[in-house]
Design a protein around this ligand. Structure first.
Ligand code: HEC
Length: 170
């Protein structure tokens, strides 16, 4: 084979290789720096539509939680644990039987405002479990949020206990 022919083949091969590398997305060109990515300043992605982040500490929309959340713990075992947690975290304001007559509630002026803090009231008890879970997680204007103090299963245990208050009659 003539020297000129080998040379021209080499040149052609080199040209094709360079073209292929620049024009096509060859496997060796998957550099991380070239991937589509979000800028660091973009913040976290928003949750999928309709998702309720139960384990986090962010506020949950009560009306969405009411529709979508179901407690994943057995009711009977939870009530006893929930009653102990309620006594420590809720009774100081809501009272031992949920009537809104705890010792701290007396310091509110007027006591508890429009919302009496009476957890036995039909108006409160008509809500589904998920709503209670959200209120406990978020807190209210005068009520501290429990998102940091109580883990999700403890919050559900309290919800179970609070449901029993609706049927309590002195
Ligand atoms: C510092 C006092 C305080 C503590 C502690 C507290 N709450 Fe409350 N809670 C209130 C007040 C006051 C309201 C009425 C809404 C408002 O004025 O912010 C309320 C409202 C509520 C409501 C909504 C009732 C309504 O009328 O809309 C629920 C449910 C509730 N609390 C449950 C709990 C549970 C369960 C705990 C324990 C984990 C708890 N709260 C701890 C003061 C408290």
């Amino acid at each position: 084979m003539a020297r000129g022919s080998i040379l021209s083949r080499l040149v052609a091969f080199a040209a094709v290789t360079v073209l292929a590398q620049t024009a096509c997305d060859w496997p060796w060109q998957h550099d991380m720096a070239d991937q589509p990515s979000r800028p660091a300043s973009a913040g976290p992605r928003s949750p999928a539509a309709g998702a309720v982040a139960t384990g986090g500490s962010l506020p949950i929309r009560p009306e969405v939680a009411e529709r979508q959340l179901r407690a994943d713990i057995a009711a009977r075992s939870a009530v006893e644990a929930g009653s102990k947690l309620y006594a420590a975290y809720c009774a100081p304001c809501h009272g031992p039987h949920g009537r809104g007559d705890g010792p701290v509630a007396r310091e509110f002026a007027p006591p508890m405002g429009d919302l009496t803090g009476d957890l036995t009231a039909p108006d409160v008890q008509r809500h589904a479990d998920g709503w209670f879970y959200a209120v406990i997680t978020n807190g209210t204007e005068h009520m501290p949020r429990s998102a940091h103090e109580l883990d999700p299963s403890e919050r559900w245990q309290i919800v179970r206990f609070v449901r029993t208050l609706g049927t309590y009659r002195q």
